[in-house]
Design a protein around this ligand. Structure first.
Ligand code: NAP
Length: 284
């Protein structure tokens, strides 16, 4: 069975380009976003707008959720006119947000009771990869349901792997984002240290980018530091959320504890700026 009627919930930084990729691939797309402003990105496109998650799920075969955190997921699923209030059967909800495995298991069980399916499928990659359709997707849930979704995942990412049962995608994503936070802190500390030793940041970055440590993340975030541009691509508040989720799920390592503390300390001042704005808070 080809699934073509897709509903999208969450038109933030990631949601807008991801939804646009589905439209470009000729899926029949419907949208819901809590606030209306982001809908302007689709003004000249053929989309249907719904006022509630409930109405969206009723009208679509598959609904994709890409929203901030566990609290947002609770509201979109369990709130008045939330997904769980729809009298719908045989639907699939894909949650691509970075959230806890626990909330995935809870929402999956509630959807199953109503005769619907749930897959957690968070993504690695940021705005650039979302726009290019080259995200890395890690999914948890039933293998047959996952297989049905492959044509959708192929429009959004360059790799979609089922890593286990419900919540496994979330756990893999938290492991990756812990590593991401170490890279961000490490890059910021290396540039700070080199600068104090009289080495230009641009020189150090040229060395890093040509070494075995060079990677797209170092390049993009290094350029952001050079340009003093900390506009959020991946907001610092989101890495605090992810490190806290990882801690709640049992991570208790020197690097993860240090990263959580460093980003939490920066959150009130820099939460809406990019993760790499941590550079501005560092002293050696
Ligand atoms: P964002 O720009 O902050 O957008 C958040 C979205 O969630 C918006 O559509 C917002 O709606 C919606 N939302 C928040 N609270 C809500 C609530 N209570 N009820 C309904 N909707 C709610 O976030 P993003 O950067 O797109 O990230 C989305 C998710 O992907 C997060 O879990 C993030 O950790 C993850 N992620 C982000 C990146 C990245 O580089 N940005 C990369 C990988 C994964 P409004 O428009 O109404 O506020």
């Amino acid at each position: 069975m080809n699934l073509t009627k897709i509903g999208w919930i969450g038109l933030g930084k990631m949601g807008v380009p991801m939804a646009q990729n589905l439209l470009n691939a000729n899926f029949d797309l419907s949208l819901y976003n809590r606030s209306k402003k982001a809908l302007a990105n689709f003004e000249d496109r053929k989309v249907t707008i719904f006022d509630t998650p409930k109405a969206l799920l009723t009208a679509c075969e598959v609904v994709i959720v890409m929203i901030s955190d566990d609290q947002a997921v609770n509201e979109v699923f369990c709130g008045e006119n939330g997904l769980l209030s729809a009298e719908a059967k045989g639907k699939i909800v894909i949650n691509m947000s970075t959230v806890s495995a626990e909330i995935s298991r809870k929402m999956a069980a509630l959807l199953n009771e109503n005769g619907n399916e749930y897959i957690d499928a968070p993504v690695s990659g940021s705005l650039k990869q979302a726009t290019e359709g080259t995200l890395v997707i890690m999914a948890g849930g039933n293998a047959e349901v996952f297989d049905q979704l492959i044509p959708i995942f192929n429009c959004l990412g360059k790799l979609a792997l089922r890593v286990g049962e419900i919540g496994a995608g979330n756990s893999a994503k938290l492991a990756i984002n812990a590593l991401l936070s170490f890279h961000a802190l490490g890059l910021a500390e290396a540039i700070k240290f080199a600068t104090e030793k009289g080495i230009e940041p641009s020189t150090l970055l040229e060395l890093i980018n040509n070494s075995a440590l060079g990677n797209p993340f170092m390049k993009i975030k290094g350029d952001a530091i050079l340009q003093d541009n900390y506009d959020a691509v991946f907001a610092l508040k989101h890495i605090v959320k992810d490190l806290q989720l990882a801690k709640d799920a049992g991570i208790n390592s020197p690097l993860a504890n240090t990263a959580l503390q460093a980003f939490t300390n920066a959150q009130s001042e820099l939460g809406e700026e990019d993760i790499i704005s941590i550079y501005k808070k560092l002293s050696l």
